[in-house]
Design a protein around this ligand. Sequence first.
Ligand SMILES: Nc1nc2c(ncn2[C@@H]2O[C@H](COP(=O)(O)OP(=O)(O)OP(=O)(O)O)[C@@H](O)[C@H]2O)c(=O)[nH]1
Length: 329
Amino acid sequence: MYKHLIFDKVKRQPLVYRLTIFIALFIALPCIPTTFIRIGQQNWLLASVDGAIAVFCFAVAYCVMKQIWQELMPSALSALIALGVLAVVVFGGQEHLFYIFPACIAWYLLSKPAIGLSIAIGINIAILPIILNYDKEFLIAFYVAMLPFILLLFCSSKTLHSHHTRINNLATIDYLTQAGNRRLFQQDLDNNIRNNERHNIPCCLILLDMDHFKALNDEYGHNIGDKVLVSVAKLTQQRLRRSDSLYRLGGEEFAIILSHSNLKEAVLAAKDLKRYIDAEQDSFLPAFTVSYGVSQYRKEESAEDWLMRTDKALYESKEMGRDRITVTH
Ligand SMILES: Nc1nc2c(ncn2[C@@H]2O[C@H](COP(=O)(O)OP(=O)(O)OP(=O)(O)O)[C@@H](O)[C@H]2O)c(=O)[nH]1
């Protein structure tokens, strides 16, 4: 019964944690009998090294399972790897090689991949002269045993990468239109301002706001309204250059940051976009128009001031009758 409870707990962990628990147990379990064998041989040094490794790995598995002390894990694993290298180099315990590599992989899984990989490669190169003195059969057995871990490394790096991309998308992409969200907009706006201040790279902003969207929603329903929003984002994305990015600021308001563009180029881009959106609308959806505000970043202006200035231009478009572009200089 208790066994099942533990198994269930492990099964509920994310894949990366499950792999780490597996690796920690893979290292810990063989260390128990070897500790007793060393005690029998009265080899106290290696007995304490093996005992320490077993305790260490059980502690790592426990902490990962309980998801506690995560921030201590890289240090714990570093200590484990150091202990392994010490055992190999100083005491000549060649079987300790078997956990250095998995421990590096656990390091890689739990922390930054680049650091984990560098440690794994660095340690393997460092202990190469010692390994080369071992007999051939041992080396073949060692690398064959390590093969599943190398495969694990590749599989887990793919999983980690896709997890990372998913989390990043959830945090920065608008779920409806797949444009960047307001948080990403704020970040990119700051980055563009920094680039302008440091390298004098011009950047522009276009704000877009759907006209009479409330009326469209009221007449055709919220679902059709959503489809219109998706369609606006799609048409806009089709027209943007690689260096331009689209964001949904909320409701029916969008923004485009044009990195590397001056005001003249931004006005041309806005006119071209307006023409395209007006001409290419989906015939299955109700017709709509959009108002625009265009501006270029002015030196030493804050992000809020720049946004407010562009918003004023957009407001002017609305005031003047909508379905038009207003430029602020
Ligand atoms: N379908 C849909 N509607 C939304 C969404 N977010 C906001 N809206 C609606 O967008 C409408 C915006 O209305 P207003 O701010 O009055 O703007 P408007 O009717 O476009 O008028 P003007 O901007 O002055 O032309 C509101 O009715 C909101 O409910 C959304 O995600 N989907």
